[in-house]
Design a protein around this ligand. Structure first.
Ligand code: PXG
Length: 457
């Protein structure tokens, strides 16, 4: 039986006794006490003390259609009743995985028509790594083994995804990374661009890829993998010159281009995929989170004809998971895509709530002495907390500004994310203008509190 009625203190004691959390320092958490979230509706969640919080992170960048969607509940329930499980191994399939694969092929950019299923973003990335090396071997170029990622790139938490990612604190935990992963810098003009214009800096940042490919030898490089907008790395929106130059370089050296769309996919940037917002034509694409709006775990990889035809002609595909294309997850994802289409959520983000959020954040930044940059597109955004707006000197870990601001926001009923010294936002795509006003007012007062705490107001 579920222990539904326990007090917060009881939950915390039981949690501390048995549960190891993700991306958490248990010592810090146990001083403060775990926040136990018990229910949700729309853009709001409630904790075990009954406090109502506007979830401006859509969980972990994933609850795109908002909480409490009865259609998704019903899709999952009905599927469990008819067929709770079957797999796609050994020449089998279920109607749900077939339908979902064809739906994904419809919403992805033209040409990305062959779909591999997995259960998380990390597994989708591992799937890409295996498929790409398999592809090059089948092409008779087995030396093409190395993957290039970026500093502050986030691609998941398996050992391979950690090695591909560019998160120093994660690398530190493993002590040594897997071989075959290399990194270039991240295209964040505000902190890295110096005296260059954003456009000139974008070209320079992209050309790091060319230098890296030449250093390693194009015959050894399998693929470049990047998020259209780096999410967990701080909502880094590259200058307009960046992606076209990356695309040119990948084509020139026959290096596959992989777009990690785990956050950007399913409307977040105002297109179905971030690749469309930035004009990228990837060979492979990963997706997860918004595919099911987080209601059930599912992820996928979309491949273009060059890659997929080679693999499909290459004999046994010795890859897959027990739950690849799980029918309940597929049924929920099918309905989720239906909701996004019926409610026009992608257009809504592009034309209405996306621009509205970005313009309200710009106002907030102008009024706040500690916000130096607003970056974002669609319904993902970050505010860079700075020591000096004029010199673009950003706050440091010692200032602790983002953590302070995050905690003030939470006390005031708003969940926002502290990423380095920036505040990140990624609300459900269903958020209304009125709810954005509430978000802005709560964030504004958290920024004021933070500025006062830092002696800047
Ligand atoms: N790629 C990208 C671009 C992601 O954002 C993954 C892959 C891995 O997905 P899974 O489902 O394996 O977690 C992600 C996940 C954060 C945070 O700190 C972001 C993610 C996960 C956990 C925390 O903002 N993104």
């Amino acid at each position: 039986m579920l222990k539904a009625d326990m007090s917060t203190a009881d939950w915390r004691a039981l949690d501390q006794a048995h549960h190891v959390h993700s991306f958490t320092d248990p010592r810090a958490m146990n001083v403060k006490g775990t926040r136990v979230i018990t229910r949700a509706d729309g853009v709001y969640v409630w904790d075990s003390d009954g406090a109502k919080l506007l979830d401006a992170m859509a969980g972990l960048w994933c609850v795109n259609v908002g909480y409490g969607r009865k259609e998704l509940v019903e899709a999952g329930r009905a599927q469990m009743e008819v067929l709770p499980y079957y797999n796609n191994h050994f020449q089998s399939a279920t109607p749900q995985m077939i339908e979902l694969a064809s739906l994904i092929a419809e919403v992805t950019p033209p040409g990305l028509d062959q779909i591999v299923f997995a259960n998380s973003g990390s597994e989708a990335i591992d799937t890409v790594l295996r498929m790409v090396r398999h592809f090059w071997r089948l092409q008779g170029r087995p030396s093409k083994q190395i993957f290039i990622g970026r500093s502050l790139g986030y691609h998941g938490s398996t050992l391979a995804a950690t090695s591909l990612g560019g998160m120093a604190h994660m690398h530190g935990m493993d002590n040594a990374l897997l071989p075959g992963f290399e990194h270039i810098g991240h295209p964040h003009w505000y902190t890295q661009g110096g005296d260059l214009t954003p456009e000139a800096f974008g070209l320079e940042a992209a050309r790091e890829l060319e230098a890296k490919i030449l250093e390693l030898g194009p015959e050894n490089v399998a693929a470049f993998i990047g998020e259209p907008v780096q999410g967990a790395g701080g909502v880094i929106v590259p200058p307009s010159t960046y992606w076209p130059e990356i695309q040119r370089i990948c084509r020139l050296y026959d290096v596959l281009l992989v777009a990690d769309e785990v956050i950007c996919g399913f409307g977040r940037t105002g297109s179905w995929f971030g690749s469309q917002t930035f004009g990228i034509e990837p060979d492979l694409m990963t997706m997860a989170k918004g595919l099911s709006s987080g209601y059930v775990p599912i992820s996928a990889v979309a491949m273009n004809a060059r890659v997929a035809d080679t693999i499909n002609q290459g004999g046994l595909i010795a890859h897959g998971y027990t739950y690849s294309g799980h029918p309940v997850a597929c049924a929920v994802a099918i309905e989720n895509i239906g909701i996004i289409r019926r409610e026009g959520l992608v257009e809504r983000v592009r034309e209405d709530v996306g621009p509205y959020l970005q313009s309200r954040l710009q106002q907030l930044a102008e009024e706040s002495p500690i916000v130096g940059e607003v970056r974002g597109v669609g319904l993902m955004a970050a505010l860079q907390l700075v020591r000096d707006k004029a010199t673009r000197e950003v706050c440091t870990a010692e200032d602790n500004a983002a953590i302070l601001c995050r905690d003030y926001a939470a006390d005031n009923g708003l969940i926002a994310r502290a990423l380095g010294q920036a505040m990140a936002l990624s609300p459900p795509l269903t958020i209304t203008r009125g709810e954005i006003d509430e978000l802005i007012s709560k964030l504004g007062s958290a920024l004021d509190h933070t500025a006062r705490a830092l002696g800047r107001l």
